[in-house]
Write a protein that binds this ligand. Structure first.
Ligand SMILES: [Zn+2]
Length: 284
């Protein structure tokens, strides 16, 4: 577990288990001879991906960013992704870290792909219940609308039971603004690339800033702006957004949270010059 002090806020990394995904899909046009050194693949070319969530305690609010993969996938998907037989629920994992899941009053989903909002709800005997009953959930309205378009390219990434029941009861609020302050110091920012409407989340206090990069920077290997996943819908925008937001993170010494890295949940970054211009992790 990683606990980070950000001004008056405390940010805790919650690694909610891991799944496995095709390494080629994760690195798009980058040759395996390059990415394979940074993230070794198994015999099926799969690489491990953590479900990284972050809990931000502001003093007045307890904000959960992302809810991991959940338990709604079928047996075939579980086998394909090498998921364990019994999946611990996110409230169980949070409790095990010594934190009280009942205190969570805000949940933010950066987008609605199943691996970011899976523990929003749990389905048992056909009934859907919110996993964080006290919380108001937030995501971007256009992302929720896109989920319902059922586009053949990415319909497989969406499971409606993760969000529709919450939208119906009003427990999930849909954000329209490009920037939105959810509670004092905690903001969402539109950052298209992975898809049209993905959000970044910043938590700023006392001159320090934590930024959750979600799938804009899923692993530390993706700090290089041109190392973009094949499943990003708008790769040129991913490069532009990474350059803009990681540039700001380097200049202002932000702590960057990564969506799926199994080793490094959060890191500060610095700019690199020359042939490999981009960004690299620095230890704080
Ligand atoms: Zn993801």
């Amino acid at each position: 577990m990683q606990r980070i002090t950000v001004g008056d806020f405390e940010v805790t990394l919650i690694m909610a288990g891991a799944y496995h995904w095709d390494g080629g899909a994760l690195f798009g046009v980058v040759p395996k001879t390059l990415w394979g050194k940074q993230l070794p693949a198994d015999e099926r070319n799969l690489v491990p991906m953590a479900f990284n969530c972050f809990l931000v305690q502001t003093g007045n609010h307890t904000v959960l960013i992302e809810t991991g993969g959940g338990d709604k996938m079928d047996d075939r998907a579980r086998t394909r992704m090498k998921l364990p037989e019994r999946i611990e629920t996110l409230p169980e994992i949070i409790s095990r870290e010594g934190l009280d899941p009942e205190r969570i009053d805000i949940v933010i989903n950066t987008h609605l792909h199943w691996d970011h909002c899976g523990w929003n709800t749990q389905v048992s005997n056909g009934a859907v219940r919110p996993m964080f009953p006290r919380a108001t959930y937030y995501t971007r309205r256009q992302e929720w609308e896109h989920a319902h378009e059922r586009h053949p390219r990415d319909a497989v990434s969406y499971i409606d039971a993760n969000y529709d029941p919450l939208v119906e009861t009003g427990q999930m609020k849909l954000i329209d603004a490009e920037e939105c302050e959810i509670v004092p110091g905690v903001r969402t920012h539109l950052a298209p690339g992975h898809n049209r409407d993905m959000l970044l989340v910043t938590a700023a206090s006392g001159g320090e800033t934590f930024c959750f990069f979600s799938d804009l920077v899923p692993t530390i290997a993706h700090l290089t702006p041109t190392w973009v996943a094949a499943f990003d819908l708008f790769p040129l925008e991913s490069i532009e957004m990474k350059t803009r937001w990681l540039g700001r993170a380097a200049r202002e010494n932000w702590i960057c949270g990564l969506g799926h890295d199994c080793q490094v949940g959060a890191t500060r970054v610095e700019s690199t010059e020359g042939k490999h211009a981009g960004f690299k992790a620095i230890s704080s």
